[in-house]
Design a protein around this ligand. Structure first.
Ligand code: SF4
Ligand code: SF4
Length: 468
């Protein structure tokens, strides 16, 4: 017999993770959308195009891990130069700090790969499945031959594009022309296949499915950037003083006469939002600063005949203190941004100077540890060294080797050494000095390697000569 309702326990199953409703962003057009598409084209032209650019008979940008050389136009970086890559990361971080403090989430809204790829995937989705209402209807409909056909077409397009991004990514590590030949003949190596599939799957998963979840829950930059915000940081805001009280209205020119603000409560700003939030609820963690809601609301304002800018770029201080554009611009130069700018420019200038004065030859001196010193037949003292000489330029070079530091010290066989472009050679040399020409024990000497055709290209490295 069933228990009476009062005796029954109600068991509610609570999931560990909150299920997020799928966001179907409505297509929008306008000034900021055009800027976003400009950055989509720009970043993708660089990403897909740069690996095809020839330079000095090779790929302009190539990270050749096998040969341990990074080629970036005229710059050839060796493992010893990883400091420059570290500096590049530091500069990128500084630039992000600076831009975030000044302009909030500009990077997220316009140039972040997550935004850029989501924009492109959404475009493919719109072309194949239709606008927002059609997409919602299609997803809600039961499976049919038509739905299957449309979904296969969409995922086929996404997968093909994702694989192309994977191939392009690997093309920065294996020369792209060679790689394409391997793809065409199904002869990719294990690692190449892995990275093509991994990068392609990451693009497909992030831009096709994760989308706004990546910005809301995974991206570390999204988590900590609010620390860099201050009341003068540019944010996207809804002007609640002007917009509220919201509501639909009859066609009267003055909403105030109806006790209403300028917001007609059409909800279009929410429909276009790629993260599905309502900017009218104030600044939120989820807002990526894409400005789609500005474009959408401006169009609504145009239609109802009100001034644009109910949702706009502004600052917290500007909203509270009713500051004008001039004052907002003036406050861009504040102590915090000046300090970030000074550090950024300082590090950039130091790096540029270091790169400009960088010698295209490197020298490492290793002592022969098996014998400290040897007495030669003529009574002189001989020490053996190994010199690792690297030609960091892209031309073959002839180098002369010299030694100095002790009176009369010289090399047993002074010889020039030819080194091909972007290559290195290990040379064994015997330095000889007269017995008694230096105190017994270690004595500081210096090896110099100099370009035979350009005396300005020379590098000196210290070593210790052992006198018995
Ligand atoms: S688009 Fe503008 S008018 Fe429409 S609901 Fe949003 S803020 Fe209000
Ligand atoms: S609230 Fe506006 S700016 Fe923020 S993510 Fe949504 S549409 Fe973009």
């Amino acid at each position: 017999m069933p228990k009476p309702a009062a005796d029954r326990k109600v068991i509610e199953i609570q999931g560990l993770y909150k299920t997020e409703p799928k966001v179907y962003p409505r297509t929008v057009s306008g000034l900021f959308t055009s800027w976003r598409w400009f950055f989509v084209w720009l970043t993708q032209a660089v990403f897909f195009g740069l690996c095809w650019l020839p330079w000095n008979g090779r790929q302009a940008v190539l990270f050749d891990l096998d040969a341990r050389r990074f080629y970036i136009f005229d710059l050839v970086l060796w493992p010893q130069d990883t400091i420059y890559l570290a500096v590049l990361l530091v500069l990128s971080a500084l630039a992000l700090f600076l831009f975030t403090t000044v302009a909030g989430r500009l990077w997220c809204g316009y140039a972040c790969p997550q935004t850029v790829y989501t924009e492109m995937f959404l475009w493919m989705e719109k072309v194949i499945e239709g606008e927002r209402p059609q997409r919602i209807k299609l997803d809600a409909a039961p499976w049919s031959a038509r739905k299957l056909r449309i979904k296969v077409a969409k995922h086929g397009a996404w997968i093909a594009f994702s694989l192309w991004t994977g191939i392009t990514f690997v093309g920065y590590f294996t020369p792209i022309r060679h790689l394409i030949g391997e793809v065409a003949t199904f002869s990719l190596s294990g690692w190449e296949s892995f990275w093509v599939l991994f990068y392609g799957a990451a693009t497909y998963g992030n831009a096709g499915f994760l989308r706004e979840q990546m910005c809301k829950y995974i991206c570390p930059y999204a988590r900590f950037q609010f620390v860099m915000f201050d009341p003068d940081t540019l944010i996207i805001t809804y002007d609640s003083q002007r917009g509220d009280p919201r509501g639909s209205r009859s066609k009267q020119p003055d909403p105030r006469a109806q006790g209403l603000g300028d917001c007609v409560d059409c909800g279009i700003c929410v429909q276009v939002c790629p993260t599905g939030i309502d900017i009218r609820n104030g600044l939120q963690n989820e807002c990526i600063g894409c400005a789609a809601c500005i474009d959408a609301c401006d169009q609504v304002m145009d239609k109802v005949g009100y001034d644009r800018g109910l949702i706009r770029y502004s600052t917290e201080n500007a909203m509270v203190q009713k500051l004008g554009r001039k004052e907002i611009w003036r406050r861009v130069l504040r102590p915090r941004t000046l300090v970030y700018t000074a550090i950024f420019l300082g590090v950039t200038a130091a790096t540029a100077w270091s790169l400009a004065t960088r010698q295209p030859v490197r020298l490492d001196v290793l002592r022969d540890r098996s014998a400290l010193a040897r007495e030669a037949e003529d009574g002189a003292v001989e020490n053996t060294f190994q010199l690792q000489i690297s030609n960091a330029s892209e031309k073959p070079k002839t180098f002369a080797i010299r030694v100095a530091g002790i009176d009369g010290i010289h090399l047993e066989k002074p010889a020039d050494i030819d080194i091909p472009p972007a290559a290195s050679a290990l040379v064994t040399v015997q330095a000889k000095a007269d017995a008694g020409s230096a105190p017994s024990g270690p004595n500081l000497i210096a090896f110099t390697v100099e370009d035979r055709n350009d005396a300005g290209v020379a590098v000196t490295e210290k070593a210790k000569f052992w006198m018995p």
